[in-house]
Design a protein around this ligand. Sequence first.
Ligand code: 13P
Length: 255
Amino acid sequence: MRRPFIAGNWKMNMTHLQAANFIQDLGDKYNNKNNCEVAVCPPATALKSVKTIIDSDNLDIKLGAQNMYYETSGAFTGEISPVMLKALGVEYVIIGHSERRQYFGETNSDINKKTKAAFNADLKPIMCVGESLEIRESGKAGQFVLSQIEECLDGIDEESMVDLTVAYEPIWAIGTGKTATSGDANDMCAAIRKKIGELYGKKISETTIIQYGGSVKPSNISELMKMSDIDGALVGGASLEVDDFMDIINYQGSQ
Ligand code: 13P
């Protein structure tokens, strides 16, 4: 049984004060009838304040970061290391989001290094993959995403895989209001699982959590969560509204 995992990627939104108010509000309204794993990923400047409130209010919400560098320390002005995140009480870290790939030039090789560095620091990576509209329309989305998986996981050992989450986020569905159909999203998540099975064996592939991301809303989450190979969601815009995020966590499941 794979435990559903819903994570909110706040992207570059909210000052630390706004983030503190938001998590307090979320905590006040919090309920989780599907018993999902829930995480929020605030900007780096808000990690500490959000963590303080999670701890003081004893909230069952995990803390994630949106990015990190792969070195532990040194002359890398402006970067944040895995060790620094860990010391703040961060548990998850988003690696290789398409916005990092698109605007900051991150490659599969960078993402591979970051994923390994996250494991070394005892952080759980949420490793993102996904194709552009151009690639989808060329009919090569499957091939493209599976080669992202292969390159990003290169040299990662079996034991680490227990702590890996994959997020399939088709770029054309991010922030556009266009969701992949639940069938298309599921097909890709199933193909990713199959590839992980080829690389690591069936047992690991059947326990790996694979999220879908891209315009997930209260109105489409239940449909997505019914699918066989979608285990959760990486939510952007809708995770910035307390009520919407709560409705997503409490999707119509088997309860
Ligand atoms: P939206 O939910 O705003 O489309 O963003 C998805 C995303 O990029 C989550 O990482």
